[in-house]
Design a binder for this molecule. Structure first.
Ligand code: 2NE
Length: 270
């Protein structure tokens, strides 16, 4: 596919094809483990994809065909988090998880090879996951002295159920693509050589749909789980729709024209 680079980064690729943005971790020598810098770059790219009105869907993936992401880079894990060039320990991947969930456009995980640890959680929080037949899924936290009790636990349990989520975390087993499909952890499994074509075809079908309907649906799915923050997202979309109406414009225009607003012509719907 003729991907065009949107912006050059050191640890990720950020590309566009039609209305699809692709954010790809580019550290295949470490199975795409992330450092604070990787996450900071992904976070910036996700924000750019959010702000770009020509982009309707985002693919999250990893380069090399052998790994989606193997979680936090253990070689830069220090006391209190993962240590970047500024020597400050961070767990900034948690902010990226929230961004993936709140960007008002579908995010599709395109998973080849390992989706492990914090890398597994990244695909879990995506709207959809398409897996290659070589994909392998699992958590490792209790093996390596870590855990993700946020979306990595509670949202995983919403996806696969409480018993399975507890098994995934307590045993740290690895599951193949068919097992992942069976437990509802991924939407589709395809041969590795068809992974990108299938993912793009799904994205193209999404791009044919009404962007506001998709945005409302995403925030509605989130609102059910995310409490006050989820309601804020959904309500923000209601405000967006209201601003588009003549009724809301009457309020703004009246203020600017220094007159009393006349809302009498607007229906009081049952
Ligand atoms: C993924 C797995 C099972 C693959 O095994 P294998 O045998 O296929 O590959 P190998 O040889 O282990 O990995 C290839 C290279 O990538 C590095 C390895 O060290 C190796 O490098 P060399 O020895 O060739 O130099 N590598 C792989 N994953 C890495 C990592 N996460 N950090 C640094 N280097 C890594 C196997 O590689 C594996 O188990 N990897 C570790 C998975 C893991 O435990 N991740 C961290 C979980 S904790 C987390 O991500 C987290 C959290 O719990 C909470 C908040 C935020 C993050």
């Amino acid at each position: 596919f003729p991907w065009k680079t949107i912006k050059e980064y050191e640890e990720i690729l950020f590309q566009q094809y039609k209305g699809i943005a692709k954010i790809s971790i580019n550290r295949p020598h470490k199975h795409n483990a992330f450092t604070p810098k990787t996450v900071q770059e992904m976070s910036e790219a996700m924000e750019l994809a959010r702000q770009d009105t020509s982009i309707g869907v985002v693919i999250l993936t990893g380069e090399g065909g052998k790994a989606f992401c193997s979680g936090g880079d253990q070689s830069v894990r220090g006391d209190g988090g993962y240590v970047g060039q500024d020597l400050v320990p961070r767990l900034n991947v948690l902010d990226l998880q929230k961004q993936i969930r709140s960007i008002p456009k579908p995010v599709v995980a395109m998973v080849a090879g390992w989706a492990i640890g914090g890398g597994h959680v990244l695909h879990v929080v995506c709207d959809l996951s398409i897996a290659a037949d070589n994909a392998r899924f699992g958590q490792t936290g209790p093996n390596v002295g870590s855990f993700d009790g946020g979306f990595g636990a509670s949202y995983l349990a919403r996806v696969v159920g409480q018993k399975k989520a507890r098994e995934i975390w307590y045993l740290c087993d690895q599951y193949d693509a068919q097992e992942a499909l069976h437990m509802g952890l991924v939407n589709k499994v395809v041969p590795l050589d068809q992974l990108e074509a299938t993912t793009i075809s799904w994205c193209e079908r999404i791009l044919e749909k009404s962007p506001i309907a998709l945005r409302m649906l995403k925030s509605s799915f989130n609102a059910e789980l995310d409490g006050q923050a989820g309601i804020q997202e959904l309500a923000g979309n209601a405000t967006l729709l209201y601003y588009l109406s003549e009724e809301a414009k009457e309020g703004k225009n009246a203020f600017l024209e220094k007159r009393k607003p006349d809302f009498s012509k607007f229906p009081k719907f049952p």
